[in-house]
Ligand binder design. Structure first.
Ligand code: ATP
Length: 349
């Protein structure tokens, strides 16, 4: 049987290793040797060094203990050269030289764009959506999203406990790039009172008004959940001019941050304290939930079976709880639809 290969690309996401194990088990059961490519597309265009620097034979022993490890055993990286045609030709030729009949790409939309170019160069590729951001609207689920949300939910619950003890509001920033889904699910799951996302324009004054309304209603410990991409949907606010008179260390032209938003809200709402926490990379480096691992295992199985039949140029997704596949370009063209209804319910007061 021909070789197949697998790589992880873009940001790491919990469940990537489970997907690699599934690909390895399925390939082994079909007697298809599997090559792991290290550091995303970099491993394919790096022509210097030893074979082991860029590749690994993924037999069952090699992947024995990695199924529930967070991060990615294969490593991941951005590879800017891959945006240029000449480097994609180098990659395709490398795969042909290694007798690779198909490639599984585990990553986000950028990685899928790269996979589509490889398909055009004659290498069948199957994409498995691996990103915590949930920013691939063709699918209900991306690998790592469920884990990231649960990590944020745990963090916000812990924060709300201390907020309750001190009667003190808290700003919590979560990841998601330009997608507010992690923030939305986290706020819904924890009962956070104020939600700020990239999909909806907002202003500092509006958030201060909301927090003031919470205070008037007898809630001095509201949680503001903000998605990292929401700094781009904020109406301009001169944080320097506002905070400088209070002796805060902020320089002209510096951007708003969670910490600064907490400082501004403290003053605008007349609170003794408003604190902030950025949940950060724990969202990416946490052990995958069973839901993410299930998705990874099913997706890996489908990916290898498609390649075995000589089918490429597809991505795997979930619709109505069931896995399906569709052409890469069609998947990448699906427009995002943010759940405004739930957003408005959370922000109702
Ligand atoms: P995440 O959602 O975690 O950021 P991603 O796959 O979207 O994952 P990107 O950094 O956008 O992450 O892309 C990962 C890699 O895919 C890039 O470093 C590059 O190698 C390749 N890539 C991205 N966009 C393109 C493109 N338009 N053409 C070719 N290759 C691309």
């Amino acid at each position: 049987m021909p070789n197949i290969a697998v790589l992880t690309s873009g940001g790491d996401s919990p469940g990537m290793n489970a997907a690699v194990v599934s690909v390895a088990r399925t390939a082994a059961s079909l007697d298809m040797p599997l090559i792991g490519i290290k550091r995303g597309y970099n491993g394919l265009i790096n022509t210097e060094g030893k074979w082991e620097d860029n590749f690994v034979n993924l037999d069952l022993n090699t992947v024995l203990d990695i199924a529930d490890l967070p991060g990615t055993y294969l490593r991941t990286a951005r590879c800017d050269e891959f945006r240029q045609h000449e480097y994609r030709v180098i990659a395709a030729n490398k795969l042909r030289e290694m007798d690779v009949a198909g490639l599984v790409v585990i990553g986000g939309n950028g990685s899928f764009a790269g996979a589509q170019y490889l398909c055009e160069l004659g290498i069948p590729c199957i994409g498995i959506p691996g990103t915590i951001d949930n920013d691939l609207p063709y699918t209900e689920m991306t690998l790592g999203y469920d884990t990231a949300v649960n990590t944020c939910v745990d963090a916000v619950r812990a924060i709300r406990a201390t907020s309750r003890s001190h009667d003190r509001p808290h700003v919590v920033e979560v990841m998601g790039r330009d997608c507010g889904d992690i923030a939305l699910s986290t706020a819904a799951a924890t009962g956070a009172e104020i939600l700020i996302v990239p999909e909806v324009k907002w202003s500092v004054d509006e958030v201060a008004d909301k927090l003031n309304r919470q205070l008037q209603k007898g809630n001095p410990r509201a949680t503001v959940v903000i998605a990292e991409g929401a700094w781009n949907s904020m109406e301009p606010f001169d944080v320097y001019s506002f905070l400088k008179p209070y002796g805060k260390q902020v320089f002209e032209g510096e951007p708003m941050t969670s910490n600064r938003l907490a400082s501004v809200l403290k003053r605008k709402c007349g609170m003794a304290e408003v604190r902030s926490t950025v949940v950060g990379y724990t969202q990416r480096g946490t052990t995958p939930t069973a839901r993410d691992s299930m998705f990874a295992f099913e997706a890996g199985y489908i990916a290898v079976n498609l390649l075995r039949k000589g089918i490429g140029n597809q991505v795997i997704g979930m619709k109505n709880g069931k896995l399906f596949h569709m052409p890469i370009n069609e998947a990448l063209a699906v427009k995002p639809e943010f759940d405004l209804r739930t957003f408005n319910i959370i922000n109702a007061l």
